[in-house]
Design a protein around this ligand. Structure first.
Ligand SMILES: [Ca+2]
Ligand SMILES: [Ca+2]
Length: 337
């Protein structure tokens, strides 16, 4: 009850600003929703597309942003923030409403639709969740004007799913400054065609990614900057390696914004380094991933740890202590007896 009163007071304050924010959707980014799993359903709302042609929702490890499109209800904005990076919505004013992700896929907060009002992702009887490994949404959101919106169903089968890394570390977002990113998928190291020979001495905590950038002008050697947002920060000595035709290729020279946070850029040129098809055909293909040197062992070398050896002295102390306590008890009993 208290929650309802608070949100009702909040609505009029927010509405004016929100309506203005919905203008200009045409330039919105594509997001990271799986093109084959982009549908949610509501009995009153109808089908809701989380990867529509002009919009798209992006799932980050701490928040959601972007736009979904409902056939009966129009645009839904997942949050007032745009441009990725790190963000958490306070949900107490027109310029800071949105859906938060706790990092484990538990969503909360509010989306907004001009025609349907507030959509609560953590209502009292349900919660929308995202599987941290598969990226699949589940559960129900509650829209004040159109009721429940369901994110995963068996019959008929529908689901919304966001790109998550192949290593299960969380969501990843790829955004190009021109053209359109297509066929984006996460790739496990074991699925690459490259052999262990020639593999750099690096660990790839977020696995690998495959994608193409379409919509470039053919044979203009256009350059595209792809912004990659990873689930967690990577160190400043991160490298980017590709697996192309069975060979490992270092394309770290294409890497930018490598400053220790979770956002990297890749500058790709059609037909140049980083373009796996090697042709100026307006399509850039780039299977690869960010790798970092393995952690340096303390002391400069690794010693196998025998856990029993480590705890043995402590077990001895515990044994001595219990023996002493028993002795005291026995002595006292004899005295009192
Ligand atoms: Ca960065
Ligand atoms: Ca090309």
């Amino acid at each position: 009850m208290v929650r309802k009163i608070i949100t009702r007071i909040r609505y009029p304050v927010l509405i004016a600003g929100v309506v203005l924010c919905l203008v200009g959707i045409a330039q919105a980014a594509t997001g990271n929703i799986d093109p084959n799993n982009k549908w949610a359903w509501g009995s009153n709302a109808g089908w809701i597309n989380f990867r529509p042609e002009h919009g798209g929702v992006a799932v980050y490890s701490d928040h959601l942003e972007g736009y979904a499109w409902g056939e009966n209800i129009g645009w839904i904005r997942l949050g007032s923030h745009e441009g990725g990076g790190s963000h958490t919505y306070a949900n107490d004013a027109a310029d800071n409403y949105g859906v938060n992700n706790d990092g484990n896929g538990n969503l909360s907060g509010y989306a907004w639709g001009t025609n349907v009002g507030w959509i609560n992702f953590n209502p009292s009887d349900s919660q929308v969740t995202i599987d941290p490994v598969t990226g699949e949404f589940d559960g129900y959101a509650w829209a004040e004007n159109v009721g429940w919106i369901h994110f995963k169903n068996a019959t008929p089968a529908y689901n919304v799913a966001a790109l998550h890394t192949a290593t299960g570390t969380g969501p990843a977002v790829f955004d190009a400054d021109k053209g359109v990113i297509e066929n984006l998928s996460s790739v496990a190291q074991g699925a690459l065609s490259c052999p262990p020979e020639g593999k750099p001495d690096l660990v790839f905590p977020h696995g690998f990614f495959s994608f193409s950038v379409t919509g470039l002008t053919p044979c203009q050697h256009e350059t595209v900057v792809v912004t990659i947002t990873l689930p967690s920060a990577v160190p400043t000595d991160t490298q980017y390696w590709k697996c192309h035709d069975g060979a490992w290729i270092d394309v770290t020279s294409l890497l930018g914004d490598n400053d220790g946070d979770n956002v990297l850029t890749l500058t790709l040129t059609d037909g140049g380094l980083g373009d796996a098809d090697g042709e100026c055909n307006g399509v850039i293909v780039d299977p690869g991933g960010p790798g970092q040197p393995p952690p340096v062992p303390v002391g400069g070398f690794i010693v196998p740890v025998n856990r029993l050896e480590l705890v043995a002295p402590w077990l001895g102390l515990v044994g001595l202590a219990s023996g002493a306590v028993l002795t005291v008890v026995v002595v006292r009993r004899r005295k009192s007896g």
